[in-house]
Ligand binder design. Sequence first.
Ligand code: IPE
Ligand code: IPE
Ligand code: MG
Length: 249
Amino acid sequence: MPRHVAIIMDGNGRWAARRRRPRVIGHRAGARTVNLCIDFCLERGIEALTLFAFSSENWGRPEDEVGALMKLFLQALDREVGELHRRGVRLRFIGDRARFSDAIRARMDAAEAHTAGNTALTLSVAASYGGRHDIAMAARALAEDVAAGRLRPEDIDEAAVGARVALADLPAPDLFIRTGGDLRISNFLLWQLAYTELWFTETLWPELDVAELERALQAYAVRERRFGLTGEQIARDVPAAPPHQTRSR
Ligand code: IPE
Ligand code: IPE
Ligand code: MG
């Protein structure tokens, strides 16, 4: 069973286009699948779910689509946070918050504060997120620490970078899922996915169901995670985490 699942929720636009409907209808339909995934993780005891909702690059989409997505985001925050809290979900956002409106930023901060003490599931929503930006910000934080005399350059290692990227307090994702049929990472968690098992499906995000999530878990269950070691070493039960995997600290 994976402890941490990370998902690229892709295919909303194509789902709508197939119905000859505007793309925003696809995004609205996709919001329902988010709840399905949260329920699934809660039921299976998966500790952490990270969802890619909006990338740094998605800001470049047509203005009306970005506007519609922001409206949906705001509505979802107002509608869902109470219920998530009741179910023990700790909600967090990763990504460049400065690009959101004051109203959305205030809701994000409030939702995080409200759910901070919950332990059933850590739900991280990647919004205005880019993996390269994440690593660049970690580099900036390291530079600031060095400039302030808190850190020596020779102390910069994988652990020091890993402690400053998003999700540093969680185990690295065990399982990555992308819907929508494209076989790429699209600037999602570049650092954190180093040894994550990847699983892709043609299914468009609004059509993802529990049976498909089951298939992803079944595929994960039979993968051999070697972390650079040999199959024989793994069979001899060498600890199944690489030395530099991002771990809670
Ligand atoms: C994913 O669906 C949602 C966001 C990127 C916001 P898309 O909108 O990318 O849907 P497709 O890939 O065009 O079908
Ligand atoms: C990735 O999907 C981002 C999200 C799902 C939020 P995109 O639709 O933006 O990715 P590309 O453009 O197909 O790579
Ligand atoms: Mg897409």
